[in-house]
Design a binder for this molecule. Structure first.
Ligand SMILES: NC(=O)c1ccc[n+]([C@@H]2O[C@H](COP(=O)([O-])OP(=O)(O)OC[C@H]3O[C@@H](n4cnc5c(N)ncnc54)[C@H](O)[C@@H]3O)[C@@H](O)[C@H]2O)c1
Length: 267
């Protein structure tokens, strides 16, 4: 098994204080594990307390956990404060938590729209807001260092182009891509870089559940063929791109939405 301890070398995020939302499963867990291996101190947050506990048991030196819902103002603030209180500052936020409904607009009601916008839209806004405040030292004396930082939002190919069955989910990912560009321009001169990744279809817990949902297997068979590389991605491939954008290797990169999609968006 891979060494996830972060003890084998200084790593590309050595000494960095990082928050990852939605870290109990899928892409977020892969990011938290990769960050730990690269020497980061990670505050892993999620609504799934059991999943967080399992992650922290595997990486006790590198990971602390906060159970909370990114769509709730107090919870989002608490996630960022946990990093500041524990490590004295926040260097990196990965705004990853999200829900992914698969439905056409005729099947959806107002509640479906509100739920995805609350988590994928408002949750991303809230966590970015409190991260920017900590990174810029405008957090009202809460302890942020004001020494800048890096934010990576997890958007999607559905946040860059239209897809069948994604009219409820995709617009929320356009929020992620849009927020990324606006915040990048607004905060560039104060040392905060803001980028996004736009994953293609990735084999996470959420995508595995699609096999049991109406229309899910057909959707997955069709979408796999639409990825020019002829396969779906895996979470660690997204984590590698997130690591690049979060690290000093990307020191002159801001406002970018980086596809991690086997060529999907190039078509
Ligand atoms: N899997 C894909 O194909 C794919 C493709 C493009 C983008 N994405 C994006 O990647 C991110 C992660 O997706 P995934 O496939 O890993 O999903 P997943 O369901 O496997 O993991 C998402 C995690 O977010 C958590 N979460 C959900 N609602 C939350 C809330 N309100 N507050 C805090 N945590 C919450 C879940 O408990 C879960 O642990 C999402 O933003 C998704 O839109 C996924």
């Amino acid at each position: 098994m891979a060494d996830l301890s972060g003890a084998s070398g200084p790593g590309r995020l050595a000494g960095k204080s990082c928050v990852v939302t939605g870290a109990a499963n899928g892409i977020g867990r892969a990011v938290a594990e990769r960050f730990a291996r690269e020497g980061a101190s990670v505050v892993a947050t999620d609504v799934d307390g059991d999943g967080l506990r399992r992650l922290a048991e595997r990486l006790p030196q590198a990971v602390t956990t906060v159970v909370g819902d990114v769509s709730r103002d107090d919870d989002a603030r608490r996630m960022i404060r946990a990093a500041v209180e524990r490590h004295g500052r926040l260097d990196v936020l990965v705004a990853n938590a999200g829900v992914i409904p698969l439905m056409e607009i005729t099947e959806a009601g107002a509640d479906d729209w509100d739920q995805v916008m609350a988590v994928d839209g408002r949750g991303m806004f809230l966590t970015c807001k409190y991260a920017v405040e900590a990174m810029s030292g405008t957090d009202g004396g809460a302890g942020g260092s004001g020494t800048g930082g890096a934010i990576v939002c997890v958007s999607s190919i559905s946040g860059e182009a239209g897809q069948r069955g994604q009219a409820i989910y995709g617009p929320a990912k356009f929020v992620a891509s849009g927020l990324t560009k606006h915040l990048a321009v607004e905060w560039a001169d104060r040392g905060i870089r803001v980028n996004a990744v736009a994953p293609g279809t990735i084999t996470t817990e959420r995508v595995a559940r699609l096999y049991d949902e109406p229309g899910g297997p057909e959707y997955l068979a069709a979408i796999e063929k639409r990825h020019p590389m002829g396969r779906l991605g895996i979470p660690s491939e997204v984590a590698s791109a997130v690591l690049f954008l979060a690290s000093d290797d990307a020191s002159f990169v801001t406002g970018v939405v980086l596809p991690v999609d086997g060529g999907y968006l190039a078509q």
